[in-house]
Design a protein around this ligand. Structure first.
Ligand code: FAD
Length: 382
């Protein structure tokens, strides 16, 4: 027997939870399938910007205070530093703080709220294939579910995306960054860290980070792979320059990060892609949490509206994506090539001059109060 649902959401992380909660609250039957059992490990810096905090409240009713009470927000800071290996290039105070979270706990909490909203959530269920025409979703153990619509929220290695005939996977891979991140006890780090720090200038297109996260730090690098970049070796050099004793590193892991690979047409037949599956990550700083939540919500709202009116949801999802999300990603993409080129030509000092020219508006741009498109005031539609 094949079970039928209005929508099947493949992937129960941020993008999937945002889509599913939106549909479940409108009384639609939703099945969420995730191959992992939650809480599951998740490699991420966990940094939330102003727009993300607003969206989490809008979608899930979670605020910085409730997230802090649950131990999900681990650290709050309105300070930042941008450094090269030899000097501090820019630092200062922002108009709104960054909230640094535990992604394992955040994802677990949101999926719990999805379940509470009435969605069917099945963990430990791996999708191996789907058919966007018939709405069939095939699991590893041979079972098949059918949805009128399929939402692909299954991350950077998306299986749903593999069923889209027109997606150029080679082009997507070219603009997918490699990342490595480790967790270090704050006491084992050579200096106290009271703010998020970015390290630039040692990768053609990428950067490193040191983020405070409660009693430990998250230390990582991300960058587009060039043929001659040995990423693990580069990470060892990075740790060495930071003065980290290799003996304190217990687990070192990597994960792909969409970094300029966002799709303009993530709809095929009755399926659509959201979050990392569609490459929706801001291509300068690698912010993906907000874009996963926002594209998930748009897809959920488009499907709910389509089911109500008997119309196809794809055009509505594309309309909102093109109006609100893609201008940001395109603007950030242009800015990153400008900055990375300037750094190559004039050294890291170019960044120092650029940031110090307009630190306030640039900080507001990162938070989403202003747009990556000419720093205009940004209006979000939620
Ligand atoms: C090292 C690193 C640091 C980062 N730091 C930040 C940061 O500080 N701030 C920020 O905003 N963004 C950051 N990002 C980006 C952010 O983590 C992602 O953009 C975000 O997690 C995307 O969410 P998602 O729901 O689209 O996908 P994911 O979070 O990747 O979730 C995909 C889900 O799908 C499931 N799945 C996958 N395949 C299948 C399958 N075949 N069947 C069933 N289930 C499946 C997985 O188990 C997973 O739960 C970082 C990313 C990396 C790699």
């Amino acid at each position: 027997m094949t079970e039928n649902f209005d929508t099947i959401v493949c992937g129960g992380s941020l993008a999937g939870s945002a889509a599913a909660v939106t549909l479940a609250r409108q009384g639609r039957s939703v099945l969420v399938l995730d191959k992992a059992e939650f809480p599951r490990t998740k490699l991420c810096g966990g940094l939330l910007t102003w727009k993300t905090v607003r969206l989490l409240d809008h979608l899930f009713g979670e605020t910085p205070e409730t997230l802090r009470e649950q131990g999900i927000v681990k650290y709050v800071s309105d300070q930042y530093s941008i450094r090269s290996f030899t000097s501090t290039l820019a630092e200062g105070t922002l108009s709104y703080p960054f909230h640094l979270t535990d992604r394992v706990e955040l994802d677990n909490r949101l999926l719990h709220l999805v379940r509470q909203a009435g969605a069917h959530v099945r963990e430990g269920e791996e999708v191996v294939r789907c058919d966007p025409e018939s709405g069939e979703v095939h699991l590893k153990d041979g079972r098949i579910f059918r949805g009128r619509y399929i939402i692909g929220a299954d991350g950077a290695h998306s299986t749903v995306r593999a069923s889209f005939p027109e997606v150029n996977l080679r082009a997507m891979r070219r603009f997918t960054a490699a990342t490595i991140e480790v967790k270090i006890a704050a006491a084992d780090y050579p200096e106290p860290v009271d703010r998020p720090i970015l390290y630039i200038g040692f990768l053609d297109a990428g950067y490193g980070w040191v983020f405070p996260n409660g009693d430990h730090l998250l230390v990582g690098i991300c960058g587009l792979r060039r043929r001659d970049t040995h990423f693990a070796k580069l990470f060892r050099t990075y740790l060495d320059v930071l003065g980290v004793d290799p003996a304190v590193i217990t687990h070192q892991r990597g994960h792909p990060l969409p970094y300029g690979s966002f799709l303009h047409d993530p709809v095929h037949a009755n399926a659509m892609l959201v979050g990392d599956a569609g490459g929706y990550v801001e291509p300068l700083f690698g912010e993906g949490i907000f874009y996963a939540l926002c594209t998930g919500m748009y897809a959920g709202q488009a499907v709910a509206q389509g089911l109500k009116n008997g119309t196809a949801p794809g055009p509505e999802y594309l309309r909102r994506l093109h109006r609100t999300i893609l201008p940001e990603l395109n603007g950030s993409n242009t800015l990153r090539w400008f900055l990375f080129r300037a750094m190559k030509l004039f050294g890291s000092g170019a960044i120092s001059r650029f940031v110090n020219l307009g630190a306030g508006p640039l900080g507001d741009m990162v938070h989403g109060k202003r747009s990556y498109h000419w720093l205009k005031k940004k209006d979000w539609d939620f």
